[in-house]
Design a binder for this molecule. Structure first.
Ligand SMILES: Cc1cc2nc3c(=O)[nH]c(=O)nc-3n(C[C@H](O)[C@H](O)[C@H](O)COP(=O)(O)OP(=O)(O)OC[C@H]3O[C@@H](n4cnc5c(N)ncnc54)[C@H](O)[C@@H]3O)c2cc1C
Length: 386
């Protein structure tokens, strides 16, 4: 085998590609992880300080996957002696009869420890938040914060310790499918028996080299940080939790937030959708409709925050029509595996997605039923060309 030949190539060193590469190396596969930008970078979906980890979901299969995923996060922490997770709990608020009931039932059915907060006791447990009229609230006590940038550094470091090779600053410009796949970057040509594509917002750009397009929409998220009027009132050290507001009078989509932590005195609160963007021109998208929604919501429900964002950063979601992931073989080239469309909720699943994409690429039976994540569910969709 020449140095340009690998058992497996993974394209894209975001959270999903990094965990996939790590799992492949753990399984003694000679693995190359290719990344278009010099690492670390802030132009995809996995950068930034923090993400929420939770078991609160509206589908059982996500909650089931999270059971094992928590163990995998903790295993990686032990293996590396790096703190990646901080338990804070997740406050779930929403109109009593809507999605809130679905979240509550999933949590109860799966015996996730929760605390229901009756309206009359709400402010005693969660000061500085106004629970909207007609809303109910509970806390998923297992939830917390993941340290995102630190995770990528850690998992990429472990991959390299296991003998894995990372080549960054190497944009893939061509893929030639076959029993041995040839991958051409701006500065090299590499071959492997198996290929995994985890290119985040650029998934369709890469898939176009393989004759496939998925119905993915790339959207820009304004990542907003809001100042505490009284320092410490929403602080992680004062045990303020993460939160999700399901529907609200301001918005159809979720609003979510994390306690002030990474930037002292600033709480991160974002809207769970945004305007469509070209991933190469993210910062040309200047729509601030999401910030208007957040300002109204914060004024009404988080009176202890200044309702003007103090810091606005950018990130992107790659969204499927049903908000579920794509974890599958390529429909015509079975040695190409795709992880895409993480729809703004994929980070917490990194360790399990990495394990599943590794299993798929090795032709093993995946540890979970992947039918919700199959490409064929899009067959009726006009944009997919299968
Ligand atoms: C603001 C925000 C908040 C979020 N909050 C949460 C949360 O609280 N909890 C949660 O679980 N999830 C959350 N998510 C979602 C989560 O972060 C994403 O689902 C996840 O990061 C997607 O990772 P990825 O590896 O698929 O994509 P990416 O991180 O974008 O990685 C893809 C990589 O592929 C590389 N690439 C692309 N094309 C090429 C090429 N041609 N050649 C070489 N490399 C290439 C890119 O440069 C990039 O590094 C959030 C996302 C955002 C934006």
């Amino acid at each position: 085998m020449s140095s340009q030949d690998y058992d497996c190539i993974v394209i894209g060193a975001g959270v999903q590609g990094s965990f996939t590469a790590y799992n492949l190396a753990k399984n003694n596969k000679k693995t190359l992880l290719l990344e278009q930008f010099v690492l670390p970078h802030s132009r995809g979906s996995s950068h930034g300080q923090t993400r929420i980890i939770r078991k609160a979901y509206d589908e059982d299969y996500y909650t089931h996957m999270m059971e094992e995923c928590y163990q995998l996060w903790s295993q990686l922490e032990k293996e590396t002696n790096v703190k990646l997770y901080r338990r804070t709990g997740l406050l779930v608020m929403g109109p009593e009869q809507g999605d809130y009931q679905v979240f509550k039932s999933t949590l109860e059915r799966n015996k996730v420890p929760i605390v229901i907060l009756p309206r009359e006791e709400f402010s005693q447990h969660i000061p500085h938040v106004n629970l909207s009229q007609g809303n109910a609230a509970l806390v998923d006590t297992t939830a917390g914060v993941l340290y995102a940038d630190r995770t990528l550094k850690t998992v990429q470091g472990q991959f390299q310790k296991l003998g894995g090779v990372i080549k960054d600053g190497q944009k893939v410009i061509d893929i030639t499918p076959g029993s041995v796949v040839t991958v051409t970057t701006v500065s090299g040509v590499y071959r492997a028996k198996r290929l995994v594509i985890t290119a985040g917002p650029w998934a369709n750009t890469l898939l176009s080299h393989t004759g496939l397009q998925l119905p993915l929409q790339v959207i820009k998220i304004n990542v907003c940080y809001w100042s505490e009027k009284i320092p410490g009132s929403y602080n992680v050290q004062h045990r303020f939790p993460c939160f999700i507001q399901l529907e609200s009078e301001e918005a159809k989509h979720h609003i979510y937030g994390l306690p002030s932590n990474e930037y002292p005195g600033l709480m991160k609160i974002c809207y769970h959708t945004g305007p469509e963007t070209d991933p190469d021109e993210r910062d040309r998208q200047t729509d601030r409709g999401d910030i208007d929604i957040l300002q109204h919501y914060i004024t009404r429900c988080f009176p202890g925050l200044v309702p003007i964002p103090a810091v606005v950063e950018s990130c992107m979601y790659t969204v499927t029509p049903d908000d579920h992931f794509v974890l599958d073989h390529h429909p015509t080239h079975s040695n190409i595996v795709i992880g895409a469309g993480f729809s703004g909720h994929g980070f917490k699943f990194g360790p399990i997605v990495g394990k599943l994409l590794c299993e798929l690429s090795q032709g093993e039976v995946p540890s979970y039923d992947l039918s919700p994540f199959r490409i064929r569910r899009f067959q009726a969709h006009s944009k997919s060309a299968l």
